[in-house]
Design a protein around this ligand. Structure first.
Ligand SMILES: [Zn+2]
Length: 465
């Protein structure tokens, strides 16, 4: 199996630390807002990677963190905690906010048929592990304390910058003049391990006791501490978005390797972003979409998964509704073909599975997860002149790898019929025009079809009764 390793900047043959075992850490979400379709792209990638290893008989220990404290708005040490900001914006407590968006995140992941990690670990549940790690960094001369915080001393770690190819000194120019910096910070690239609850953070709601006073951890230390706790000092694979390369992951390497004096990660894998109609997704542009928006349009989330798999994870992806609708059609046809096959076969007759076909399919995935080629082969295969048994046998394996629920019976899938979506749309228009009697009549019609509409702040969601 060949994987692209960001650390060496080349495709490398994968060699596990322990035979048939994979230690796998995936940077998880910061739960201050809704998980959107860009996040879904990221986690479908993680899921496909895991499915490939499991298909090959690996015992995969998949760990993912939930960031619920310490992630500042600029990803480095400036701005404010995303959780505190989100709580203020939505009028919730930070704890309620974290729970609410964590639930939404997992609802989205389950809806996308993404397998849950073996270990899901929250930053706020691991404060003592982070404190212990910072203590080690102090002991080994890689940390220092100021009146405001505890920092990692970047010049003390010689390998700093090996992941991004960017040297610590280069970060000096990257620091803008208009942002506040701790006057006692020794080097611009030094990053916070612990923030004290003073100055701009004096009212920070989440805080804990530490040897350096009351405060809260920096963002990066959580991944080092939790990866070490659940997977050991050196792991096989760590994944994240390309935006994590220069700061977050560089800092994780520095903390982990300075403390443990062994390599932290063997294979670093990074996925590219998703754009919507050629633009960055943002609420202000009105192009911020979640799984709910997909379902609301009557589109099966599995059609979205198929669309995602048709682009390679290291390439940027441009999402359009038009492309998704076309994929929805392709997905429907594919499922219909599978149904015909299943109806043809009640008992599998003896047959020789085409080992070459599966080998070719696996070969694409084992070549740095070339999912577009694998999906293309799936479509060619279904149209080929093979026997129903051969096709169904291949589809069973392909589906385990791609997670498209091709063999799941239609009625089990939660797809909202288009007529219900239409009625909900009409009802919303009626409500906006203050035609309440009409809106109520439409609501009854929706309910007679087994669905209900829930209104929240001008938005509406269709749910099964
Ligand atoms: Zn991380």
């Amino acid at each position: 199996m060949k994987l692209y390793n960001t650390l060496t900047r080349k495709l490398e043959e994968f060699k596990p630390i322990t035979a048939q075992k994979l230690s796998f850490y995936a940077c998880g979400p910061t739960v201050y807002d809704f998980a959107h379709i860009g996040h879904i792209r990221a986690y479908v990638f993680n899921d496909t990677l895991r499915r490939l290893f499991e298909f090959k008989g690996y015992d995969v220990n998949h760990v993912m963190n939930i960031t619920d404290v310490g992630h500042l708005s600029d990803d480095a040490d400036n701005g404010e905690d995303k959780m505190e900001k989100g709580a203020r914006k939505y009028g919730k407590t930070v704890w309620d906010l974290a729970q609410y968006y964590t639930d939404f995140f997992f609802m989205s992941m389950d809806g996308m048929n993404i397998l849950r990690p073996k270990v899901v670990c929250k930053a706020t549940d691991h404060i003592s592990e982070m404190i212990e790690l910072v203590k080690i960094l102090f002991k080994k001369g890689h940390a220092y304390e100021t009146k405001e915080a505890v920092y990692f001393d970047v010049p003390s770690f010689k390998d700093y910058g090996k992941l991004s190819g960017q040297k610590g000194e280069e970060k000096e120019q990257a620091v803008r003049d208009d942002v506040y910096a701790d006057p006692e910070k020794k080097h611009p690239a030094d990053f916070a391990l612990w923030f004290k609850r003073i100055g701009k953070f004096k009212d920070h709601t989440m805080h804990w006791e530490s040897p350096w006073g009351d405060g809260f951890p920096g963002w990066h230390i959580e991944c080092s501490a939790m990866s070490m706790k659940y997977l050991g000092k050196t792991i096989d694979i760590h994944t994240g978005g390309i935006d994590h390369i220069p700061v977050h992951h560089e800092n994780e390497i520095a903390q982990s390797e300075a403390a443990n004096e062994v390599p932290f990660v063997h294979y670093w894998m990074h996925y590219h972003f998703l754009q919507v109609e050629g633009q960055k997704m943002s609420k202000s542009l009105g192009n911020f979409f979640t799984i709910e928006d997909i379902k609301k349009r009557g589109i099966d989330p599995m059609a979205f998964r198929l669309l995602l798999l048709q682009s390679h994870y290291r390439q940027p992806m441009n999402f359009t509704w038009q492309a998704l609708l076309a994929t929805q059609e392709a997905y429907r046809k594919l499922k219909a073909e599978v149904k015909v096959l299943r109806d043809q076969i009640h008992i599998m007759r003896d047959f020789m599975p085409d080992v070459n076909l599966l080998a070719t399919f696996l070969g694409f995935l084992e070549n740095d997860l070339q999912t577009p080629q694998a999906v293309a082969l799936l479509f060619t295969m279904i149209k080929s002149h093979r026997t129903a048994e051969e096709k169904l046998s291949f589809l069973t394996d392909a589906d385990a790898l791609l997670g498209l629920q091709l063999l799941k019976e239609e009625e089990e899938i939660d797809v909202i019929p288009s007529e219900v979506i239409d009625l909900a749309k009409q009802r919303n228009i009626a409500k906006e025009k203050k035609e309440y009697a009409k809106a109520d009549e439409l609501r009854k019609q929706i309910e007679s079809k087994g669905y209900k509409v829930e209104d929240t702040k001008g938005e509406y969601t269709i749910k099964k009764l």
